[in-house]
Unconditional design. Structure first.
Length: 321
């Protein structure tokens, strides 16, 4: 009855020439319940099949979702390919993204069951959540109803993705621009508790930080020595754990490492340069971190989403319809 009354009011105002602001559609937990009730189950099954065989995909898929949401919002644009290879996935920060095949497999399974209904943006959001759950990380509710963007630009990725070389002031602005606060920044940085990087991103930091053959003074000297054993001055390919000693387990150990000045990236170490983020680093525990991470992931998943008649539901995640 309430919805009929609202519709009648809208029609009346329109007839009278009054400008009408339609209610903004927002994702809901039961968005596909009537249209495709098995949607989440299908995505979870596919994700478990891949991640159980290759647990390292959990970090990759979580990172992919993050990179998607920070560029044009959570619209699946990171999944798109373009004829000139100038899409987001072709930007240098995204060249190491892995796990596209998981999203594609989940989307294919959904198309067989519920064609033209579930967006690639929603699939990616679900895959990221389920991948973390497979490795016994925190679970969070994923509101659904996003639509897919049609545009993907390499330059957008370069301009919007937070840099591993950024200081705390820059990072706080990066996050604020997306409606995320300092707590979200430090909590989501905790996602570095899983995954790997390479010597390429830390080589200068440990060998020639100011151009004088020195290392970054914000780093623990013992950690620098350990990194030098793994990365020679000309090594840009060897693999490094982002959370030394605990990179396969989703836990708050990352914060312990950062507190000991063993953050791999400048963007990790600089969390100690702000009172709010530093306090979180120093006090994080498994209970609070899991809850906070879940809350921040829900916020991240709503960044600049497309709903209603905006965007589309792609048939294939790599190409607009």
């Amino acid at each position: 009855m309430a919805s009929k009354n609202l519709l009648a009011l809208v029609v009346l105002l329109s007839v009278l020439g009054v400008s009408v602001a339609y209610p903004k559609l927002i994702p809901t937990l039961d968005y596909y319940q009537s249209k495709c009730p098995d949607a989440e189950r299908i995505v979870r099954r596919v994700t478990e099949q891949y991640v159980s065989r290759k647990p390292s995909l959990a970090a990759s898929l979580l990172r992919m979702h993050f990179h998607d949401c920070f560029v044009r919002g959570c619209d699946g644009s990171v999944l798109l390919k373009t004829p000139k290879n100038d899409a987001e996935r072709n930007a240098i920060p995204n060249l190491t993204l892995r796990g596209f095949e998981v999203v594609d497999a989940a989307k294919t399974a959904l198309e067989k069951k519920c064609p033209n209904l579930v967006s690639c943006a929603d699939v990616l959001a679900l895959v990221a959540r389920d991948a973390v759950a497979v490795i016994k990380g925190p679970w969070w509710p994923v509101p659904l109803g996003r639509r897919d963007g049609r545009i993907s630009k390499l330059t957008d990725a370069l301009q919007n993705l937070p840099s591993p070389f950024a200081d705390i002031k820059t990072l706080k602005k990066n996050f604020a621009d997306k409606g995320l606060n300092a707590k979200d920044l430090v909590v989501l940085s905790g996602g570095h508790t899983i995954g790997i990087s390479s010597c390429a991103l830390v080589n200068t930091r440990i060998y020639n930080f100011t151009g004088k053959g020195d290392f970054d003074p914000s780093m623990n000297p013992s950690y620098v020595r350990a990194l030098k054993k793994k990365c020679s001055p000309t090594d840009f390919k060897s693999v490094l754990e982002m959370d030394p000693g605990s990179a396969k387990k989703f836990d708050p150990h990352y914060f312990t490492a950062v507190a000991q000045k063993k953050g791999l990236f400048i963007s990790d170490s600089t969390l100690l340069d702000d009172l709010e983020t530093k306090l979180y680093v120093q006090t994080a525990n498994e209970v609070t971190f899991n809850k906070d991470f879940s809350d921040s992931m829900v916020k991240l998943g709503k960044v600049q989403i497309l709903t209603g008649k905006n965007g589309e539901i792609r048939k294939r995640c790599a190409f607009p319809n």
